[in-house]
Design a protein around this ligand. Structure first.
Ligand code: FBP
Length: 559
């Protein structure tokens, strides 16, 4: 029986590239400090909450001719939140740096996400274990979870677990919520003189953990290429059979970076961008009209087929629904301990909600199909987010567009045939073998995280920049986590969180869609990207995303 796929056997041998500043060795580094930093918003509140870790400078590493010995250290690592391709390589990079610094160093992996550090569930990594996971997708090496770290009791338990293992540094690999955890833990450890540093690594396929200092979160490259391959295949199927409209929901909890990137890679007929819907204050009805009009116009051209990309988070950006969900969250937080509500049937639940919401929100809630109402009442995740991956927006839109087209038909404004298929692509891309870009980037982020620990830093996010250039020219360093924070309402209360980067409607990436979508809607300029290539010519193996290419090019022009 086969134990590994042929691809995995070859990928295990791949040696990820490091920036030349790090390639000289972990003990041959010097650190340069930039200016003091401040939070992206709500500075006073963030400074008050992070008295010990606020305002630190951005730092960068250079190779140094001086070889600095490294004292023995034990480090713990946590994979947190949704899976993203390349997580295993972050751990491999961290492990290699730590062993290179001092072979007696130990790396512990906390199991099942942040809860592992609280409950003392861990493994000690060996070279054998690490080698079996190099360049593979997934987070299965230690598992992941979404536990929010915020209570005194959790911090005390984490401290005790770290003390028992002699751990003086913790690396949290996660998205905005997980790195908020990292910032909280870092602050608490300093405040309590624990002698434990905390470093984050920017992960999420959503691509929304980015700013001036973080060009992209890892996983975005591989996940979008995976979705683009699948969508390219569907485009070709639709263009062959010419009988279906495919409505495809794409992951990305809030921001539409994934949808936008995939649209640029494949050029489908319709791409909805949540941020634009919000900016233009489009109602659900207007969105439905927009889609139905394109379907009808294509039908007039004899084309009863097409592809529409729907962002996962759309529903939360439609102004009337956004307002309703925000108030619904407060109502649900209030009802959290009400056991009679929890055990009630759907109709009783809907009635209770209707009575607790104001008249306008109540009308919006009521206007939604039962299925969507049920999905909106599902538990929030531990960070207070609506679980949008479980809300079937693609089905909602198919139903509403279908109704609209039937009305148009009656009025003599549509004479086509609308047969729709729905898809949801999300989980398909989160554990793919990391592309060469993600394999290199992740390994560098992990290696760099240890460098930040070695220089005594805490409350920092591992950063590797200049990513459009070859890996040797990448710039390694660190960004204070508090620099990315602001206050947001979660579970009915204002909390410090890392601000999500949404699609910028005046940014270079959205502009490409805006300039082309009229043509793409009707002229079928489909592109078929095919699968990610790991071996072969650089022109197919080393391509970055359109998002990274366009954003970095715009930064260069601005300079
Ligand atoms: P992270 O922000 O933790 O990386 O997770 C992102 C994501 O993949 C979203 O796109 C999606 O909405 C969510 O995770 C799904 O979560 P779950 O894996 O818990 O179903």
């Amino acid at each position: 029986m086969k134990e590994l796929s042929s691809l995995q056997i070859e990928r295990l041998k791949y040696q990820p590239k490091l920036p030349s500043s790090l390639a000289g060795g972990i003990n041959n580094l010097s650190l340069t400090e930039g200016n003091k930093t401040k939070a992206v918003k709500d500075c006073e509140q963030i400074e008050e909450l992070f008295k010990n870790t606020y305002g630190k400078p951005v730092v960068t590493f250079k190779t140094s001719s001086v070889n600095e010995a490294s004292p023995k250290r034990n480090i713990g690592v946590i994979l947190s939140g949704g899976q993203a391709p390349g997580g295993h390589n972050v751990i491999a990079g961290l492990y290699d740096a730590l062993k290179q610094a001092n072979p007696e160093n130990k790396l512990y992996g906390f199991l099942g996400g942040p809860s592992g550090i609280i409950d003392g569930e861990y493994i000690e990594f060996t070279s054998e274990k690490i080698n079996a996971y190099r360049n593979t997708g997934g987070f299965d090496i230690i598992g992941s979870g979404r536990t929010k770290l915020e209570t005194e009791e959790q911090f005390q338990k984490a401290l005790q677990v770290c003390k028992n293992l002699g751990i003086t540094g913790v690396v949290i690999i996660g998205g905005d919520d997980s790195n908020t955890n990292a910032a909280m833990l870092a602050e608490w450890f300093v405040k309590n003189n624990a002698g434990i540093q905390v470093i984050g690594c920017p992960k999420t396929i959503d691509g929304d953990l980015k700013n001036e200092q973080i060009e992209i979160s890892f996983g975005f490259d591989t996940a979008t290429k995976t979705y683009a391959e699948l969508i390219g295949n569907i485009l070709r199927d639709a263009n062959s059979a010419k009988k279906y409209w495919h409505f495809i929901k794409l992951m990305g909890r809030s921001a539409t970076h994934v949808g936008l990137e995939v649209a640029l890679q494949t050029q489908p007929n319709i791409t909805l961008i949540s941020e634009e819907v919000e900016e233009k204050k489009m109602s659900l009805k207007q969105i439905v009209d927009y889609i139905a009009n394109i379907v009808a116009k294509r039908a007039d051209m004899g084309k009863n087929f097409g592809i529409a990309l729907i962002p996962e988070g759309l529903i939360e950006f439609i102004p009337e629904i956004k307002s309703m969900i925000s108030n619904l969250n407060d109502v649900l937080a209030e009802l959290e301990t009400d056991s009679s509500f929890k055990s009630a049937d759907d109709n009783t639940k809907f009635e209770t909600i209707k009575n607790k919401l104001n008249a306008q929100d109540s009308a919006v809630f009521n206007s939604l199909p039962v299925l969507i109402k049920q999905q909106l009442l599902m538990d929030r995740d531990p960070h207070g987010n609506v679980q949008v991956s479980k809300i079937e927006t693609e089905k909602l839109l198919i139903e509403m567009v279908s109704t609209k087209l039937a009305e148009m038909k009656k009025a003599g404004k549509y004479n086509g045939k609308f047969s729709a298929q729905c898809h949801f692509f999300g989980y398909e891309g989160r554990c793919a073998f990391p592309s060469n870009f993600d394999a290199d980037y992740c390994y560098s982020l992990g290696y760099n995280a240890f460098a930040l620990i070695k220089f005594g830093l805490t409350g920092y996010l591992s950063s590797v920049k200049n990513l459009s250039a070859p890996a040797s020219e990448w710039v390694a360093g660190g960004v204070p986590l508090t620099m990315m924070m602001n206050m947001e309402k979660r579970h009915g209360q204002f909390k410090p969180v890392i601000k999500k980067a949404l699609v910028e409607l005046n940014g270079p990436v959205f502009k490409v869609l805006e300039e082309n979508r009229e043509v793409w809607a009707f002229e079928d300029k489909y592109i078929f990207p095919g699968s990610i290539q790991y071996f072969g010519p650089s022109s197919v193996c080393d391509i970055t995303t359109e998002t990274l290419k366009l954003e970095n090019a715009a930064k260069l022009t601005a300079v």
